[in-house]
Design a protein around this ligand. Structure first.
Ligand code: NAD
Length: 482
């Protein structure tokens, strides 16, 4: 048996063990086996990383021109592409996503750095007419040390959504990946050093939420927290960060509606709708986990949706042809299975899925995609984020009811709308309370466009040029003419 590689923390441009000396196993969700040992960061490591980042914030990095910063990010983008196979394989083994999904995500990670490389020297201030003599103008300045905390469902991609704009704006960062999925973030740190990022500008400290993540949120030298994860953790972070008046942006949970009108192109709609909830094994904050379907096409939609779902290939993520891999952990699968039991107890009809595959898949954390029909608006399966391959389908009678049902949720992240009526597209798009909405499409993420949530789905907008606002302070200067 070959010894497992140990991945250390990345602090001040070096690979270092945890101050406590502790390590833990990174697990492959496809078979439950350890694939690596990882240094487990704690409060002392966060302190070292924050201090390295604070020092780097006033070091050579602060004296680079925006164009030079952009060139480093562009080199990093190229290095991601050159190492795409290795990164995709790491992500697949650690997060259980299919190799083709991982390859797409690594491509997107490269695209994100390319985009923000270009944005680095295109952040403009304003000149402001404040009086007859003199001039007012604004400067955009880096916020300082940013703490970036990310989840396990899109481990590297979500990290890049924060790293790209944070670094383009001249900040320094401490990235805390999810304890479950730290490997691609640690490899990225090595590539960033190869790309020429000065020591201490990017630090990576994997570890538990409580003790490691919390230490980052509470650290007095951190000026900004950007968090993606559950609404429960995000709520704690918003309160804890207030003590040191940090800037906070939050990308949180969702329970997104998929609204199907009777004039929709049903073939296209069913094909896309299936993937909009079951892609990444349903572990997607934008998952369209509530399908709201007009009564006239309800039966037809349900029948076709179930037939299509049954054809999905659940299998080993490294195997060609697999379309859905395992869930991230045994704990997560148990949680999802509890919701399936609850759905049945509540009286929704389980039409397919919700089973643990046997045979060669028995050791992994697999679950077949589950379709509930006849779901009621007040059931737990329609109100709570399950974060697994489960959809609740319910009928509506008209446009008003569709809007009411869509908005009857504590969340407001994403959603889809299927209709060929342009007037309805405009009316419903305005009425639905979500930060992102796609019409006759299931895609939520376009790196050039802002992304984020209404209500309990978060605060702030990532991606696009809007993300630069999250990582800059605006200084207003008045120069007197007399
Ligand atoms: P989580 O909230 O449990 O953890 C997210 C991250 O926060 C992890 O790195 C974790 O270690 C850390 N953390 C946990 N407790 C902390 C604390 N007290 N202080 C600081 N950090 C802490 O979420 P998860 O289970 O990893 O991810 C699933 C959730 O993420 C879902 O709710 C999903 O909807 C959400 N999510 C949202 C988006 C979005 O863009 N809106 C994207 C992906 C996932």
């Amino acid at each position: 048996m070959t010894a497992l590689k140990t991945w250390k923390l990345w602090i001040g441009g070096k690979s270092v063990p945890a101050a406590s000396g502790r390590t833990y196993d990174a697990i492959n969700p496809a078979d439950g086996k350890a694939i690596a040992r990882v240094a487990e960061g704690g409060a002392a490591d966060i302190d070292a990383a924050v201090r390295a980042a604070a020092e780097a914030a006033v070091g050579p990095w602060s004296r680079l021109t925006p164009r030079a910063r952009g060139k480093i990010l562009l080199r990093l983008s190229t290095l991601i592409r050159e190492n795409l196979d290795e990164l995709a394989f790491l992500e697949t083994r650690n997060a259980g996503k299919t190799l083709s999904d991982s390859r797409d995500e690594m491509g997107l990670a490269a695209d994100v750095f390319e985009y923000y490389a270009g944005a680095a020297n295109k952040q403009f201030g304003e000149t402001i007419p404040v009086g007859p003599s003199g001039v007012g103008f604004t400067l955009r300045e880096p916020v300082g040390v940013c703490g970036l905390i990310v989840p396990w469902n899109f481990p590297l991609v979500i990290a890049t959504w924060k790293l790209g704009p944070a670094l383009a704006c001249g900040n320094t960062v401490v990235l805390k990946p999810s304890q479950e999925t730290p490997l691609t973030a640690l490899r990225l740190a090595e590539l960033a050093a190869e790309a020429g990022l000065p020591e201490g500008v990017l630090n990576v400290v994997p570890g538990p939420g409580s003790g490691c993540g919390s230490a980052l949120v509470e650290h007095p030298l951190v000026r900004k927290i950007s968090f993606t994860g559950s609404t429960k953790t995000g709520t704690w972070i918003a309160k804890a960060a207030a003590d040191t008046m940090k800037r906070v942006s939050l990308e949180l949970g969702g329970k997104s509606p998929n609204i199907v009108f009777d004039d929709a192109d049903l073939d296209l709609c069913v094909e896309k709708s299936v993937w909009s909830v079951f892609g990444n094994a349903g572990q997607d904050c934008c998952a369209r986990s509530r399908a709201l379907v007009h009564r006239k096409v309800y039966d037809k939609f349900v029948e076709r949706f179930v037939a299509r779902t049954k054809k999905i290939v659940v299998g080993p993520p490294e195997k060609k042809g697999s379309q859905i891999g395992p869930l991230i952990s045994l704990h997560q699968r148990e949680r999802v299975c509890r919701y399936i039991d609850i759905g049945e107890t509540e009286g929704a009809e389980l039409l397919c899925g919700g089973k643990l595959p046997g045979g060669a898949l028995a050791k992994g954390f697999y679950l077949t995609p589950a379709v509930f029909a006849g779901a009621g608006a007040n059931m737990k399966i329609t109100r709570e984020e399950i974060f697994g391959p489960v959809v609740a389908i319910m009928p509506f009678k008209d446009e008003d009811e569709a809007i009411t049902l869509a908005n009857d949720s504590p969340y407001g992240l994403s959603g889809s709308l299927w209709t060929r009526d342009v007037g309805r597209v405009l009316r419903v798009s305005r009425a639905v309370q979500t930060g992102v909405l796609s019409v006759n499409s299931s895609s939520s993420v376009h790196l050039e466009a802002p992304f984020g949530g209404y209500k309990s789905s978060g605060v702030g907008r990532e991606l696009g040029l809007k993300a630069l606002d999250l990582y800059t302070e605006i200084k207003s200067v008045f120069v007197s003419g007399v």
